[in-house]
Design a protein around this ligand. Structure first.
Ligand SMILES: Cc1cc2nc3c(=O)[nH]c(=O)nc-3n(C[C@H](O)[C@H](O)[C@H](O)COP(=O)(O)O)c2cc1C
Length: 193
């Protein structure tokens, strides 16, 4: 099985990545193939609502910034780990932009004469998602919701949500000092089938 971690933190070795890696460590016990994408490295442009991916070239984004190559990776993965720190109670800008690009290009949105909207996903079936959200408070409803919405609309079932509160208030306050949390992440990875 292919597992792709999407790290929405600007820190490539921060708490978000540490949790992704621990899921990978668990998953490696069953020889699953694991790979991470740090969104900070992708330098994705913003969705500019040109609409070409809906009409002229369905499913294909015309912005020439590597997003379509990244999409190939997404399509090949069996499990997506969608992971973000909480930032001003929402996802980070990196994650919001990724969600926008993924959703806009991969959602089939049809409106009939009565303005009845039908939504379908272009994403190949059979995938599942794990969501990771963490931060220094204990309030994550607004952070997790944009990810829930996009996974739901793209018909990717969310099988696990790892939510870690009260971490990352200082640089010393790292998630690897929380054995119960690391154990949970490891178990999530190990139980992937
Ligand atoms: C600009 C900024 C805004 C933040 N906003 C929140 C927030 O709204 N809620 C929260 O719980 N943590 C917030 N945090 C704390 C981070 O989510 C926390 O430090 C997290 O562990 C960082 O993850 P990382 O190490 O993967 O980057 C914020 C941090 C920064 C720098």
């Amino acid at each position: 099985m292919r597992i792709l971690g999407i790290n929405g933190s600007p820190h490539k070795n921060g708490n978000t990545y540490k949790l992704i890696s621990e899921i990978f460590r668990g998953a490696s016990e069953n020889n699953h193939q694991c790979e991470v994408v740090h969104l900070v490295d992708l330098h994705l442009d913003y969705c500019n609502w040109c609409g070409e991916c809906w009409e002229a070239t369905p499913g294909v984004c015309p912005i020439d910034d590597g997003f379509m190559e990244h999409l190939k990776q997404l399509f090949e993965a069996d499990v997506l780990i969608v992971a973000t720190p909480s930032s001003n109670r929402s996802v980070t800008g990196y994650m919001k932009n990724w969600l926008d690009r993924f959703c806009s290009s991969q959602l089939i949105y049809e409106v009939d004469e009565d303005k009845h909207v039908t939504k379908r996903s272009r994403v190949p079936g059979g995938k599942k998602a794990i969501i990771i959200v963490q931060g220094c408070t204990d309030s994550f409803q607004e952070t997790i919701e944009p990810i829930n919405v996009v996974m739901n609309v793209l018909e990717i079932p969310v099988v696990e949500r790892l939510i870690v509160a009260k971490v990352g208030l200082t640089e010393e306050d790292t998630v690897d000092k929380r054995p119960e949390v690391m154990h949970r992440a490891f178990q999530i990875g190990r139980s992937l089938k």
